[in-house]
Each structure stands twice: as C-alpha cells, then as structure tokens.
Ligand binder design. Structure first.
Ligand code: GSH
Length: 202
C-alpha cells in the first residue's frame, strides 16, 4: 500500500488533498517537520533533505510535494491534462508557485499572524509581501483569461497552486478577486475540505 510520510500540518497537506481526489488507500505516517522521525537513518535514506512530504509507492520513493502530485495524477489518470500543452502548463504553474509564492506566502502569514507575536519579524513579513503582491498579480491576470490554470477543468495545476496557497486563505485577497474566487472554488472540493480538516483539527 502507498505510504505517505508527512503531517497535514506540513506540505503533506498537498499530498493528502491529492490522495483524497484520487480516492486512494494509503498508510499515513503523520510526521511533523523536524520531528525525531524525520531524523532517523531510515527516513534520511528516503529523503536526504530530511523534509516532508515523501511517498513510498510500492518501493518507489519520491519527495517534493509538487512532483508527488504530478506523479500520482499521471499514474492514476485523473486531474492530469491529456494534451502536451496543458501538461506543460501544469508543470509551468507548479514550478512557478514553488519559485514565486511557496515560501513567500508562508513567511508573510507567519510573521503577520501565525507565529506568536514575540516571534514575528516585521521586516520578514514586509520582504515577503513585496514578492507576494506581484506573484498574485500574475495569477490574477491568468485567471481573468480562464477559469482554470491548465485547460477547461480543475486539474493538478490548480490543486498544486491552490494547496500551496493554503496560507492565503487567511489573507485579504480583495485586490485579486479572480484569485479569491478561484481559490475558494478549489478549496470547496470535498477532498480539499477533508485535508484542511485534518490540518486544522485541534
Ligand atoms: N520543496 C519541498 C519543501 C518541503 C519542506 O520544506 N517541508 C517542510 C515542512 S512543510 C519540512 O519538512 N521542513 C523541515 C526542515 O526544514 O528541516 C516540497 O514542496 O515538498
């Protein structure tokens, strides 16, 4: 059975959403980032970076949340664009998010609200916001032209970008109305709600 290493309180959230979309059975190793479990020789043999998420799919070990979701969607023939151009757009948006928004949105939300007040650093929040704004402008322009990021339906492109924007759910997105409604549409999906509930459970 497929095994997922990584808590919903990590980028494992993205994989949990995808596994839910695909309706796959899996064993969940609910490892938190930097936990003792991620420091064992066994885990480091799977991911020398020591990070989650990681999957073990019948002996095939893969890390990097975006790559995991692209692999799972392609392997199971769901949410994966059939034509080469939309497939390429899926890669484009997944890589773009990793480059332009992934850490930036987390840093912004951490240093404005998520961390205890004493640990927040306004200069980190400010620097992150300076990168988040132009990236959301780019996404807004794309979503003004099309409802979804790669093709005519929700796909792994939307899943990868929207799941990585989990932190943006707590940000005022009024300046980016297309992004706001698209993000809400994505997170309204049952598999998204289930993954979110796993993350937010007390
Ligand atoms: N690019 C990687 C990033 C993985 C990552 O940074 N995971 C965090 C948790 S969200 C982690 O395990 N951090 C532990 C550390 O930095 O040592 C991915 O998308 O999977």
């Amino acid at each position: 059975m497929l095994r997922l290493y990584g808590s919903a309180r990590s980028r494992g959230l993205r994989t949990l959403w995808m596994l839910g979309e695909l309706g796959l059975q899996y064993e969940h190793k609910d490892y938190l980032p930097r936990s003792a479990e991620t420091k064992t020789p066994e885990f480091r043999a799977m991911n020398p970076n020591g990070r989650v998420p990681v999957i073990d799919d019948g002996g095939f070990v893969l890390s990097e949340s975006m790559a995991i979701n692209l692999y799972l969607a392609k392997k199971h023939g769901r949410l994966y664009p059939a034509d080469a151009k939309n497939e390429a757009l899926t890669w484009q948006w997944s890589l773009w998010e990793t480059d332009r928004l992934d850490r930036q949105i987390v840093n912004y939300v951490n240093h404005t609200s998520a961390l205890p007040a004493a640990e927040r650093k306004p200069e980190i929040a400010q620097a992150a916001w300076a990168e988040v704004v132009p990236a959301l402008d780019v996404l807004e322009t794309a979503l003004a032209k099309a409802q979804w990021l790669a093709g005519t339906d929700f796909s792994v492109a939307d899943l990868n970008v929207a799941s990585a924007l989990y932190r943006a759910l707590s940000v005022d997105l009024a300046k980016w109305p297309k992004v706001k409604t698209w993000l809400e549409r994505c997170w309204e999906r049952p598999a998204a709600k289930k993954a979110r509930a796993m993350r937010e459970q007390p």
